[in-house]
Design a protein around this ligand. Structure first.
Ligand code: DC
Length: 219
């Protein structure tokens, strides 16, 4: 049996990874996994449990009891914590500002990477988006994309999503999160070996999807 097609899409916050990855999965009839949603769901669960997120050992101790389930339909991706639908609360500013602390804890990453690999192995083909997919989760993925956009474009996109009027504040918050994500010791955000850089700054969503589908078709 041939291996399932894995398309790894990594990149910084606000580069358009989610809409792009869902669009690519839909166009190619592949499943879709949003690994950022998993780190967010873990963060939500730990906040609910009152865990001190400044304490990596407390995070590591509590994370093992959290049960995450991800639905992989690109047209209706879902995420549950212990059976509760958390798709909405994981986008709150409280979760967004705390998620980098949780994502930096090696025990959390090991646990979620295992879950991500299980989901990939069970799929017939999948688009996986995150920060460390091409480098750590699926280093053998036949297609690896590193999706970027300049800081102002990313902030404008994120501000439009969240309804935030202050784009400068959004740009600052994104830069802060990228800094933590890129400088952490465990699987920092970085372009994976063999990844193709796609710059979406001056492209529409459809154009970015077309570009990546073209790369998949040409592999
Ligand atoms: O893509 P996102 O904004 O929903 O990701 C939320 C956070 O999770 C982000 O700060 C980086 C982290 N993350 C990670 O460390 N590794 C991944 N594979 C995906 C996300």
């Amino acid at each position: 049996m041939s291996k399932p097609l894995v398309v790894a899409i990594d990149g910084p916050s606000g580069s358009g990874k989610s809409s792009t990855s869902r669009g690519v999965a839909d166009r190619l009839s592949l499943a879709y996994l949003d690994t950022g949603a998993m780190y967010r769901a873990m963060t939500w669960a730990l906040l609910e449990r009152g865990v001190d997120l400044e304490d990596p050992r407390a995070i590591a101790a509590a994370a093992g009891d959290v049960r995450l389930t991800s639905g992989t339909d690109p047209l209706d991706p879902t995420i549950h914590v212990d059976g509760t639908d958390v798709a909405e609360p994981i986008r709150s500013s409280e979760v967004t500002s705390a998620v980098s602390l949780v994502a930096a804890v090696p025990e959390v990453r090991d646990m979620l990477v295992d879950l991500q690999r299980e989901t990939i192995a069970q799929s017939a083909g999948i688009v996986v988006e995150g920060r460390d997919i091409g480098s750590t989760v699926a280093p053998d993925a036949p297609v690896k994309i590193y999706l970027v956009a300049d800081a102002a474009a990313r902030a404008a996109r994120r501000a439009a999503e969240t309804g935030e009027a202050d784009t400068a504040a959004t740009e600052l918050a994104l830069a802060r999160r990228d800094e933590i994500d890129s400088t952490r010791a465990a699987s920092p955000l970085a372009k994976a070996e063999g990844a193709v850089v796609v710059d979406g700054t001056h492209l529409t969503l459809e154009e970015v999807i077309d570009t990546i589908v073209g790369i998949v078709d040409a592999r």
